[in-house]
Design a protein around this ligand. Structure first.
Ligand code: FAD
Ligand code: NAP
Length: 313
């Protein structure tokens, strides 16, 4: 028999949005349960220095997330290491199934499932994933000491990854499809000044080339988007940093979406198209996608849930 746990508020996700919602919901005496998911602490656990979290001129991402977890725990939030695999919003209370076998029933749900790294979808990218192709420099950079590396992308993540990888690599080539980066100016400045980093404008990754036995990357074949010219860059690692997509599998066909798959919330609130379901953070936001905006929305979601539950009573 599966164990059923009832809670007034179920928070799904343990990034800045989830933990902030937990702090507020617990202080509102709602006794929430927070389910952490496959990545406890969320995206910031995959980075190093965070320099724009108010109150910390510099803090390591994983450390910041451990502090948020500790804060939620200290307030009294019940934090569970589980992954929600199914969410049924047709019935009240709402029902969520956990990978552990636990069934969670909840009067209100705060979705804070964030976003995940995007991939290019090349067959060779898939083939070498985990064998030279990665989307996380902090996780895998260490394996490329003294090697050459290619980073694909032009946003904050790509530039931060390129800079971080210079700690290990002998050379980093940033491959970007335009001649202008999306990354913040302060990061661009660091990138352009770095002696180990070369930038290849107007190029896209066409294929990852490597050996079969043992499986490993030997080069990146890139294509100039204006001339069609193919260039091979010798490298042992290819880091894909082309953005993140919202993690909305649980509610894809149930909640209203906007801008290609982000959960839609009513303006100025975290209310979704289903009453009692609230959404906060990167899974709703195609514009800002920052730790501090996610945390802000987490606060709003807890306050919105509190108001909803009071109205139900
Ligand atoms: P996330 O942090 O994405 O967390 C999502 C959570 O949901 C995870 O805990 C996951 O386990 C959980 N989850 C997902 N699916 C399920 C499920 N089915 N069941 C249970 N749980 C689930 N922002 C800044 O402000 N400053 C920075 O310096 C900065 N650096 C960054 C560096 C990198 C490399 C990246 C990738 C992002 C960076 N960001 C930065 C952006 C920032 O990390 C995000 O905006 C923020 O983490 C979003 O928070 P969130 O709570 O919405 O979701
Ligand atoms: P992003 O800002 O969406 O940038 C994605 C980059 O990848 C863009 O340069 C884009 O090119 C490129 N790209 C997308 N699809 C591509 C494809 N198919 N082929 C080749 N290139 C492709 O994503 P991000 O850098 O991961 O950042 C996500 C969010 O997290 C942002 O809001 C960012 O500010 C935040 N973040 C913040 C920090 C920080 O504050 N220090 C650090 C990391 C992330 P185009 O430019 O041509 O579109």
């Amino acid at each position: 028999m599966p164990v059923t746990r009832h809670t007034k508020v179920l928070i799904i996700g343990s990034g800045p949005a989830g933990y902030t919602a937990a702090v507020y919901a617990t202080r509102a005496m709602l006794k929430p349960i927070l389910v952490q998911g496959i990545e406890p602490g969320g995206q910031l656990t995959t980075t190093t220095e965070v320099e724009n979290w108010p109150g910390d001129s510099e803090v390591q991402g994983p450390e910041l997330m451990l502090r948020m977890e500790a804060h939620a725990k200290a307030m009294g939030t019940e934090i569970i290491g589980d992954i929600i695999t199914q969410l049924n919003l047709d019935q009240s209370p709402f029902v969520a199934k956990g990978d552990s076998g636990t069934v969670y029933s909840a009067d209100a749900v705060i979705l804070a499932t964030g976003a995940r790294a995007k991939w290019l979808g090349l067959p060779s990218e898939e083939k070498f994933k985990g064998f030279g192709v990665s989307a996380c420099a902090t996780c895998d950079g260490f394996f490329y000491r003294g090697q050459e590396i290619v980073v694909v992308g032009g946003g904050n993540t790509a530039v931060e990854e390129a800079l971080f990888l210079t700690k290990f690599a002998s050379k980093v080539t940033l491959v970007h499809r335009r001649d202008e980066l999306r990354a913040e100016k302060i990061l661009q400045d660091r990138l352009f000044k770095h002696p180990k980093i070369e930038t290849m404008w107007y190029n896209e990754l066409a294929e990852v080339i490597g050996a079969d036995a043992p499986l490993g990357v030997e080069a990146a074949r890139v294509k100039n988007v204006t001339t069609g010219k193919i260039t091979e860059i010798a490298c042992k690692g290819v880091f894909i940093a082309i953005g993140h997509a919202p993690a909305t599998e649980l509610v894809k066909d149930v909640l209203e979406m906007h801008n290609g798959g982000y959960v839609k919330v009513k303006a100025g609130s975290t209310r979704t198209s289903v009453p009692g379901i609230f959404a906060a953070g990167d899974l709703t936001d195609h514009i800002y996608r920052q730790a501090v905006t996610s945390a802000g929305m987490g606060c709003m979601a807890a306050l919105d849930a509190e108001k909803f539950l009071a109205e139900q009573e």
